[in-house]
Design a protein around this ligand. Sequence first.
Ligand code: NIG
Ligand code: FE
Length: 414
Amino acid sequence: MTTLFINIKELVQVREEPTSLVAGADMKTLPTLKNAFLLVVDDRIADFGQMSDVGKVHLDEVDLMVKADGQMILPSWCDSHTHLVFAGEREGEFVDKINGLSYEEIARKGGGILNSAKRLAETSEDDLFAQSLVRLKEVMALGTGAIEIKSGYGLSVDSELKMLRVIKRLKEEMPIEIKATFLGAHAVPQAFKNNKSGYLKLLVEELMPIIQKEKLADYVDIFCETGYFSAEDTEVILKGGKKHGLVPKIHVNQFTSIGGVQIGIKYDALSVDHLEVMTDADVAALKGTKTMPVALPGCSFFLGIPYAPARKMIESGLALALASDYNPGSSPSGNMNFVVSTACIKMKMTPEEAINAATINGAYAMGLESEVGSITIGKKANFFLTNKINSYASIPYSFGASQIKSVYLNGVEI
Ligand code: NIG
Ligand code: FE
């Protein structure tokens, strides 16, 4: 199947040279082609260029021609941090929060992650799959074309495996790139209330070997935070993960800075995520490393906590990715359009920086930078067409709305 898109007002994020990520001052540059064409053969980008060069395309080989007059094309959003597989919502806690309880207070009275774990244990694998599928389809329609999904609401051998098997099934059945992360160390479950080290031992010695054998995860994660898991616990999990072929991608510095960033770097974490609280030492430690910092502005918005200091990080020369953190407790939305808007409005990222962060840098944070994240010959044909808009700045400007008209994954309109 060959599809030719013509008269594209602006083809955004075109990268002719292989680009794995963009950092620092380079994030301000978003390469585009105005009045462009895009050629897709089967599931791949085959060619693109200025309309004045469209003559080089063999029209007799084109099966479908799409006129994109007034519309822009962007590569799909790459959402590198989600907890999209969960059972039931926690809107009751949302109301508690409005009435003045903090995230920590809600967790202490049995809400939070343990509440989700209880519900998940009572939900069958098929039901969990069905609920998760609805969410996945929803974010695909909102422009997401590659996504990472974590376990971490299981907190027992059976339930963690149930979550990871649901992620595997989503991956097999849906036309979107999916990476799986084992987040057994999301919270200490009730059964191990006074035996955290026993729980860590179970994760490393019982669960990780099964996950490795059944190829159920690509990455390992831990919630490194005061009241959850310490820097020492993080070291135990990352060491165990490495032994079982799992690359670290970790939750750090959401509320407090307790050394998790440095541990992540020590174990070659692919990304360190949240970063609402960043000391100068944390920022300095990330310089010159291969670890991608990931900000989750939807979580800051929903919980009313500080935003990751994007300006400080970018001006220090760091790269930055943006992700949704889609989960029932701290960010019950997987809308990357809103994430990009919020990054511009609240974190003072320019539209160029935010789009780079939500595409190519997000792809890097999932190890998918050679497959998705930019309009590059040979990459997956995962992209979306916008409404008729003045400029790509209209995407973050129209906060709360989607400027997406149609979505293509693997070269096929969904
Ligand atoms: O990334 N911070 C830790 N984990 C999730 C929230 C989990 C929950 O509240 O259910 C997060 O924000
Ligand atoms: Fe998270």
